[in-house]
Design a protein around this ligand. Structure first.
Ligand code: FES
Length: 75
């Protein structure tokens, strides 16, 4: 895409999650979410696809500002 032209420093977002797969796709059934699900968006979690707090280290080391997606059920 145009936006990535000249993006010489482009690097992979995913460094360790399920690298044997051609594409990482996860499915969570809404019915399986009891109260909320906290989903990783930084690709550093050791408990993929759920957030394990690894984004804090990533943000500290890189100056990034990423965090999880929280899916909540209404009470
Ligand atoms: Fe990736 Fe929290 S560990 S968003």
């Amino acid at each position: 895409p145009e936006a990535h032209k000249g993006c010489a420093g482009a690097s992979k977002v995913n460094v360790s999650v399920l690298k044997s797969q051609a594409k990482v796709v996860d499915t969570i059934d809404v019915e399986d979410i009891s109260e909320k699900a906290v989903l990783c968006r930084c690709w550093r979690s050791k408990n993929w696809p759920y957030c394990d707090g690894s984004h804090n280290d990533h943000n500290k080391q890189t100056g990034d500002n990423v965090g999880p997606l929280i899916v909540k059920k209404e009470k």
